[in-house]
Design a protein around this ligand. Structure first.
Ligand code: IMP
Length: 427
C-alpha cells in the first residue's frame, strides 16, 4: 500500500509544487492533507506557469485523481477561481475531489485574521491574512462549517446565525471592526453549494480503495515542518500540521500505509513572516540570494528572509518526520556564490549546541556556527544527471547529506519538470 509523503523540511516554500508535479507521473492519486490557501505551489510545465493555493500539484497529469483532504481548510472562492483557470488552460478538473470534512474558510475568518494581526502590533506573526488561524480555531472549538455542510443549506442558516452573532460581537466590540452580514454569507454558501457541490464527497473510501489495490498515492504537504503548530517555532507557526502526523490525520490513513517520507529542502534557507531564523543573512549576500532566486511570497508577494542552509534545523525535521529521503531544491541558485556555507551547530550563551532548541527565547539567542565550502566554477542549472554536476556542487550535496543524517535522493536544478537529477529511485 504505497503512499509517499512529500513534506517541507524547513519553513515552507521549499519547491514542493515542482517535486509533486514531477513525481505525480507515477502516482495514481495526489492528496493534499493540510493548510489552505496560505500555501502557494508553483508548477511550470508546457501549459505555462501556475500557482496553486489549494488544488493539488498533480492536476496536470490526466491519470492522477487529486484530493483536497479533510485536514485542508478551503476558501471556496479561491478554489473556484483555480478551477476556472485550470479549465481555461485545458486541464481536466473532473479528477478533483474535495473532502466533505474539509473546513470552510468563511468571510469572518479572513476578517478576524486581519483584525487579530493588527491588534498584535509589534508581536504580529506575519500571517498570510487568509483566515487560517481563525478557521482552525473554530474547527477545534467545534463551531466550524465543513464542505459537506454546504450541501445542506436549509440547516446551515440557523448554525450560521448563532456563529455570526458571536463573531460579529467579537469583530465589533473587541476590535471595532465592521460586522459581517448573515444574509450575504448565507447567499454565498448557496452559491458555493451550486458551484462546488459536484466536487464535494467523502474522500476516505476512494483513498482506501486506491491503497488496497496497491496503487500509489502522493501525500502533498503544504508549508514546512518548522511552521508546524506543535513542532515548529511556536507561536510563529501556522495553525496546522505540515509534518508526517498531519498527513495521516488530514487524510484518514494509517501510518502503516506510508512507504516513503520525502523531506524537501532548499539548498539554502528562507522564512517569510516573523519568528526566529538563526542563519538569516541581513546583508548583501542575503539580498543577492533573494533577488537571484526571486524569493518573494507566491501568496502574498512579501520578500522572503534568506540565509544559509541550517543543518541543525534540518536534523530536527529529519527526526520528527523520519524522512526516508531528502530532496534538495534550487541548488542552481548557489551557482554564483563562493564560499557556500552550512550551519552545523549553534552557539547559545557561549556553549556550542547541535540540537534545535524547543524554547523560543533560546532559539532567538542562537548564533550559527558555519562551515565554509568552496563554490563551484560550472553551473548546475538545468542539469539532469549527477555526472554533469561540478564536483564541488556534489561535495556540497554530500556534506549536507552527512550533517542532516538523511540521504539526498533527488536534486532540483531548475523550475521545470525535467530539470531534475535522480540520484536514487525511491518510488
Ligand atoms: P498563516 O498560516 O497565514 O496563519 O501564517 C502563519 C505563519 O506561517 C506566517 O509566518 C506565514 O508567513 C507562514 N506561512 C504560512 N503559509 C506559508 C507558506 O506556504 N510558505 C511559507 N510561510 C508560510
Amino acid at each position: 500500500m504505497p503512499a509517499y509523503a512529500v513534506l517541507g523540511g524547513q519553513w515552507g516554500d521549499e519547491g514542493k509544487g515542482k517535486i509533486v508535479d514531477y513525481l505525480a507521473e507515477s502516482a495514481h492519486m495526489v492528496a493534499r492533507f493540510s493548510g489552505g490557501n496560505n500555501a502557494g505551489h508553483t508548477v511550470i510545465n508546457r501549459w505555462g506557469e501556475f500557482k496553486f493555493h489549494l488544488v493539488p500539484s498533480g492536476i496536470f497529469w490526466p491519470h492522477a485523481i487529486c484530493v483536497i483532504g479533510n485536514g485542508v481548510v478551503t476558501d471556496p472562492d479561491v478554489l473556484l477561481e483555480e478551477i476556472e483557470g485550470l479549465k481555461k488552460s485545458g486541464a481536466n478538473v473532473s479528477q478533483l475531489i474535495v473532502s466533505d470534512r474539509s473546513h470552510i474558510i468563511m468571510p469572518y475568518h479572513v476578517a478576524l485574521d486581519r483584525l487579530e494581526e493588527k491588534a498584535r502590533g509589534g508581536d504580529a506573526i506575519g500571517t498570510t491574512g487568509k483566515g487560517i488561524g481563525p478557521v482552525y480555531s473554530d474547527k477545534a472549538a467545534r463551531i466550524g462549517i465543513r464542505a459537506g455542510d454546504l450541501l445542506e443549506p436549509e440547516s446551515l442558516f440557523s448554525r450560521l446565525k448563532s456563529i455570526l452573532d458571536l463573531k460579529n460581537a467579537i469583530i465589533t466590540k473587541v476590535y471595532g471592526g465592521i460586522p459581517i452580514s448573515l444574509e450575504e454569507v448565507y447567499e454565498r454558501c448557496k452559491y458555493w453549494c451550486a458551484h462546488l457541490g459536484p466536487y464535494i464527497q467523502p474522500t476516505q473510501p476512494l483513498i482506501h480503495q486506491t491503497l488496497e489495490s496497491n496503487k500509489s498515492i502522493l501525500l502533498e504537504g503544504a508549508q514546512g515542518s518548522l511552521l508546524d503548530l506543535d513542532h515548529g517555532t511556536y507561536p510563529y507557526v501556522t495553525s496546522s500540521y505540515p509534518t508526517i502526523g498531519g498527513a495521516c490525520i488530514g487524510l484518514g490513513i494509517s501510518p502503516r500505509s506510508i512507504a516513503g517520507i520525502l523531506g524537501v529542502f532548499k539548498a539554502y534557507s528562507t522564512r517569510v513572516g516573523a519568528g526566529p531564523f538563526p542563519t538569516e543573512l541581513d546583508d548583501d549576500i542575503g539580498k543577492a540570494i533573494r533577488e537571484r532566486a526571486w524569493e518573494y511570497g507566491a501568496t502574498t508577494g512579501r520578500p522572503r528572509r534568506c540565509g544559509w542552509f541550517d543543518a541543525v534545523a534540518a536534523r530536527y525535521t529529519v527526526s520528527i518526520n523520519g524522512f526516508t529521503s531528502a530532496i534538495l531544491t534550487r541548488l542552481d541558485v548557489l551557482d554564483v556564490f563562493s564560499p557556500v556555507k552550512i550551519c552545523t551547530a549553534y552557539e547559545l550563551d557561549g556553549k556550542i549546541i547541535d540540537r534545535f532548541p524547543g524554547s523560543l527565547s533560546d532559539l532567538e539567542r542562537c548564533k550559527p556556527i558555519v562551515e565554509e565550502l568552496p563554490g563551484w566554477d560550472k553551473p548546475t542549472a538545468s542539469a539532469t544527471r549527477l555526472e554533469d554536476l561540478p564536483s564541488r556542487a556534489i561535495g556540497y550535496v554530500r556534506r549536507i547529506e552527512e550533517v542532516i543524517g538523511c540521504p539526498i535522493d533527488l536534486i532540483s536544478t531548475g523550475p521545470k519538470r525535467h530539470e531534475t537529477v535522480v540520484i536514487r529511485k525511491f518510488m
